[in-house]
Design a protein around this ligand. Structure first.
Ligand code: PEP
Ligand code: MN
Length: 337
């Protein structure tokens, strides 16, 4: 259900509606909008009488919501979500470019990557300190010392940091260093992790699961939002198909469909989607052309020596080329970079 407040409704009237919802054993989610504030109601327990809400001061109307996704859906929130982070916007007109190595390997490697992507125009630095790898014998990341290196790179370059958190116990540590918490494809349905990042103050970059349907992807975002964290950035990173010439299949049609049903920003990761360096630039172009709000790409100062995902990592030179193209594309599409 959605309670639509009068444009002139006071803070006290809003609070009264929220209290009424809480008392029925449900959760209120105030949603400020360009026209008016609404209050979304979620929860599996309790029932609330719409008539009773309708009569509270400041309430215009109470609407039954038919979307399976509540907080994620456009029915609850018609306006696009724009996430403000350190004076920068993610979503809306703005395209965001997140770039950096798959994993933080050393101080030298990360600083070199950070300076290169910064110079080319990226605003967010990526790099995993905790790596959920297919094999337990592969490099698992530097852990907290990797996070410290990322924080140093932020100090030196002013880039914001996005890095992966792998389980609920690990979130407190990662949120102490990161600007954006990444939930990886393999954890998209780790519901206890989703609930924990839902309690964080940091925005969440949620990657689509390897075989997740769009409904499952959006429901994972709903888990995060239902805990009160509304700053979710979706990331299409390819799904598994019978196609065997790329690592995954980049599902571009998710972009217009997500835009239709949801207000959340969506970016694309053409590095993991293709697994091949020479496909990253063409597929990044395609993602932006299809309406994505940005890209996440892997860049390594020396891809052939990378400890993970070197074959899909761009060199700093090819990343700079990609950024030239991003600028031209954003201008052509009336967006800002
Ligand atoms: C990553 O971005 O480093 C990563 C592991 O990606 P994904 O979770 O999409 O496989
Ligand atoms: Mn990777």
């Amino acid at each position: 259900m959605l309670v639509v407040m009068n444009v002139h409704a006071t803070q006290e009237q809003l609070e009264r509606v929220c209290e009424e919802i809480r008392q029925a054993g449900l959760s209120p989610h105030p949603i400020p909008g360009s026209q008016r504030t609404a209050v979304g109601i979620t929860g599996d327990k309790g029932a609330i009488d719409p008539e009773r809400l309708q009569q509270l001061p400041g309430v215009v109307k109470v609407i039954r919501v038919t979307d399976p996704y509540k907080l994620v859906g456009r029915e609850f929130k018609p306006d696009e979500t724009v996430i403000e982070l350190n004076g920068m916007n993610i979503g809306g007109e703005r395209l965001v470019v997140m770039a950096g190595p798959c994993a933080v390997e050393s101080r030298e490697q990360l600083m070199e990557a950070a300076h290169a992507v910064k110079e080319a125009g990226a605003t967010v630095l990526r790099g995993g300190a905790f790596k959920p790898r297919t094999s337990p014998y592969n490099f698992q990341g530097l852990g907290e010392s990797g996070l410290k290196i990322l924080a140093q790179a932020r100090e030196e370059t002013g880039l914001m940091i996005v890095t992966e958190t792998i389980d609920p116990e690990n979130v407190t540590l990662v949120e102490a260093y990161a600007d954006i918490l990444q939930v990886g494809a393999r954890n998209m349905q780790n519901f206890s992790l989703l609930k924990r990042v839902g309690k964080s103050k940091r925005p969440v970059l949620l990657k689509r699961g390897i075989s997740a349907t769009l409904d499952e992807f959006l429901m994972a975002a709903e888990y995060v939002m239902s805990e009160g964290n509304y700053n979710v950035i979706l990331c299409e990173r390819g799904v598994r198909t019978f196609n065997n010439y790329t690592r995954f299949t980049m599902d571009l049609s998710t972009i217009p469909e997500v835009k239709r049903v949801s207000h959340l920003p969506i970016i694309v990761d053409p590095s993991h989607a293709t697994g091949k360096r020479d496909m990253v630039i063409p597929m990044a172009r395609a993602a932006i052309a299809a309406g994505a709000d940005g890209i996440m790409v892997e860049v390594h100062p020396n891809p052939d020596e990378a400890l993970s995902d070197g074959y899909q990592s761009l060199t700093p030179e090819s990343f700079a080329q990609l950024m030239v193209e991003m600028r031209a594309l954003s201008a052509a599409l009336g967006r800002q970079l």
